[in-house]
Design a protein around this ligand. Structure first.
Ligand code: UDX
Ligand code: UDX
Length: 428
C-alpha cells in the first residue's frame, strides 16, 4: 500500500518506518525543511535508539521518501496518517490548529477516495471535526473516510513498541475503511479493537491517564513510605506481582513528564469538565505529580539546609526519561528551575541533550567534570550509564558526598558503604 504520513516527529517517523518494515511504500510530509533534508539524507533529527539504522536502510532502498510538497503527496497517496503535534492550549485542552490546517489541505488537494487516519492524540470528537474540515477544504465533492487509530509507542523504545503493539485500535463507522486498515496491519500479531471514532479517541486518553494515575499513586505512597522507613521498590514489586495490578508504571521517582502524559491528562480533565462530569481523580493525579519535585527538594534541604544560595548542585540527566533527547515537561528541568530560583549553582550533564546555560547553570561534557566541588549530586534521569559510575572517584571530586537519587536507580547500601549520604524516594 502507499501511505502518506503528515508530520515527521517521533510518532510520524516511527510509524512510517514500521510500515516500511511491513512492506508498504511510505511518504513522509513535513512543513519543516530542515527536518525533511535531514530525513532525506537518512539522518534522524531526534534521538531514538535503533531508528536511524532503519531510516537509512529504507531511504537507501527507496521504501520511504520525504517531501514538503503537500499537493503532490496528497494526490499520490490514498491512505493518509495525521501525525502532527497537538500541544496543550492555554486552558489545558489540546490545540488542534495543526490538525485543522492539515485537514483543510487534504480536502483541497483530494482527487479520489481517501482514508484519513488520526494517529496524533486528539480529543473525543476530533474525527467528526476532521471530517468537517476536509469538507470545508474541498473544491469538489469526493468521498472519504476519517478513522481514529491511536499510537501507543513510548519514546526510548518507540521502535520496539510500534513493531510489537499490545493492541491496535481502529475507530471507524466505515466497513470499507476498516477492511483496508485491517489489511494494512495484517502482519501484526496482536488483538484488534474495532469501535467507533469517539471510543477510540477516549481509549488513548484513558490509557495514558490510567498509567499516569499508577505513577502518581506510587509516588504519593512513596512519600508515606519514606517517613515510615519502608522500601517503596519492595512495595511496588509486592503489589505488581498481583496480575490484576501488573508490575509496570509503578516505579516511584520525581514524577511523570514527556510530551504525552502531562498534556493528555489535562486534556481529559478539560473534556470531563466541558461535559459536566468532572474527573476529580485525575485532578489529584496532576496535583501529586506537581508536588513530587517539591517533596524531593525538601529532602535535599533536610540535608543541605534551607538556604541553597550558592550551594553547588550537580544534576545528572536532563531528558524526561532515559534513552531520549526529549526534554518536554521533564521533571529534571523542573527541579533545576526550582534550584535556580533558590539561587543554587547548578552543573548539569546529559549523554545526548544539550542546553543553553546561564550564569548559574553550566553544562559539562563528563560526569567527573560535573561533580567537581559539588555539595550535592542529584540523579535526575535514569540513563543506564549513571548506574555504574566510579563512585570512589566521584566522592573525591565532590565538596560534600551527598547523593540524591530522584529515580531510585542506585543501590543505597553500596553507595552508603562508600561513605556517601544517600537519599532516594523511599528507597530504603
Ligand atoms: C505529537 C504529539 O505530541 C502527540 O501527542 C501526538 O500523538 C502526535 O504528535 P510527536 O511526534 O512527538 O507527537 O510530535 P512532534 O515531534 O512535535 O512532531 C510533529 C511534526 O509535525 C513536526 O515535525 C512538525 O514540523 C510537523 N508539522 C506540524 C507539520 O508537518 N505540519 C503542521 O501543520 C504542523
Ligand atoms: C507515553 C505512553 O507510555 C505511550 O503509550 C503513549 O502513547 C505516549 O506517552 P512516553 O511519554 O514516551 O510514552 O514515556 P513513558 O515510558 O510512558 O514515561 C512517561 C513518564 O513517566 C516519564 O517521565 C517516566 O520517567 C515516567 N515513569 C514511567 C515513572 O515515573 N514511573 C514509571 O514506573 C514509568
Amino acid at each position: 500500500m502507499r501511505i502518506l504520513i503528515v508530520g515527521t516527529g517521533y510518532v510520524g517517523t516511527t510509524t512510517g518506518l514500521v510500515f516500511c518494515e511491513m512492506g508498504h511504500k511510505v511518504t513522509g510530509l513535513d512543513l519543516d525543511e530542515n527536518k525533511i533534508k535531514a530525513l532525506q539524507a537518512g539522518k534522524l533529527h531526534f534521538y531514538e535508539p535503533g531508528l536511524e539504522e532503519l531510516l537509512s536502510k529504507h531511504v537507501a532502498a527507496q521504501h520511504i521518501e520525504f517531501t514538503k510538497k503537500t499537493k503532490k503527496a496528497v494526490k499520490e497517496n490514498d491512505i493518509i496518517f495525521i501525525c502532527v503535534g497537538t500541544p496543550q492550549g492555554a486552558d489545558g485542552s489540546a490545540d488542534l490548529t495543526y490538525v485543522k490546517n492539515v485537514a483543510h489541505s487534504i480536502g483541497k488537494y483530494m482527487n479520489k477516495y481517501k482514508i484519513i487516519i488520526t494517529k496524533s492524540t486528539v480529543p473525543v470528537g476530533t474525527a467528526e471535526l476532521v471530517t468537517k474540515w476536509i469538507k470545508e477544504g474541498q473544491e469538489e465533492q469526493i468521498p472519504y473516510d476519517v478513522v481514529s487509530n491511536p499510537e501507543f509507542l513510548r519514546e526510548g523504545s518507540a521502535l520496539r513498541d510500534a513493531l510489537n503493539p499490545d493492541r491496535i485500535v481502529i475507530g471507524s463507522t466505515s466497513e470499507t475503511a476498516r477492511t483496508i486498515i485491517r489489511e494494512m496491519y495484517r502482519d501484526f500479531h496482536c488483538p484488534i479493537v474495532e469501535t467507533n471514532p469517539n471510543a477510540s479517541e477516549m481509549i488513548k486518553y484513558a490509557a495514558n491517564s490510567f498509567l499516569a494515575m499508577k505513577i502518581s499513586f506510587i509516588n504519593e505512597l512513596a512519600r508515606l513510605c519514606d517517613g515510615l522507613n519502608i522500601n517503596i521498590n519492595d512495595v511496588s514489586k509486592g503489589i505488581g506481582l498481583d496480575t490484576r495490578i501488573g508490575p509496570q508504571f509503578l516505579r516511584a521517582g520525581m514524577g511523570y513528564g514527556g510530551s504525552c502524559f502531562p498534556k493528555d491528562v489535562n486534556a481529559l480533565i478539560q473534556i470531563a469538565k466541558e461535559n459536566g462530569q468532572p474527573l476529580s481523580i485525575l485532578e489529584h493525579v496532576v496535583k501529586v505529580n506537581e508536588e513530587q519535585t517539591v517533596f524531593f527538594i525538601e529532602k535535599i534541604k533536610q540535608n543541605l539546609g534551607d538556604d541553597l544560595l550558592n550551594k553547588k548542585i550537580a544534576v545528572l540527566g536532563l531528558s524526561f526519561k532515559a534513552n531520549t533527547d526529549d526534554t518536554r515537561e521533564s521533571p529534571t528541568l523542573n527541579l533545576i528551575n526550582q534550584l535556580l530560583a533558590e539561587q543554587a549553582q547548578v552543573m548539569v550533564h546529559d549523554p545526548v541533550v544539550k542546553i543553553a546555560g546561564g550564569p548559574s547553570l553550566v553544562q559539562l561534557q563528563s560526569v567527573e567534570e560535573t561533580v567537581v566541588g559539588a555539595d550535592a549530586l542529584v540523579i535526575g534521569t535514569d540513563w543506564d550509564e549513571y548506574k555504574n559510575l566510579d563512585w570512589v572517584r566521584i566522592k573525591q571530586l565532590m565538596n560534600q558526598p551527598n547523593l540524591f537519587d530522584g529515580r531510585n536507580m542506585l543501590d543505597k547500601r553500596k553507595i552508603e558503604n562508600l561513605g556517601f549520604y544517600y537519599s532516594g524516594i523511599a528507597n530504603h
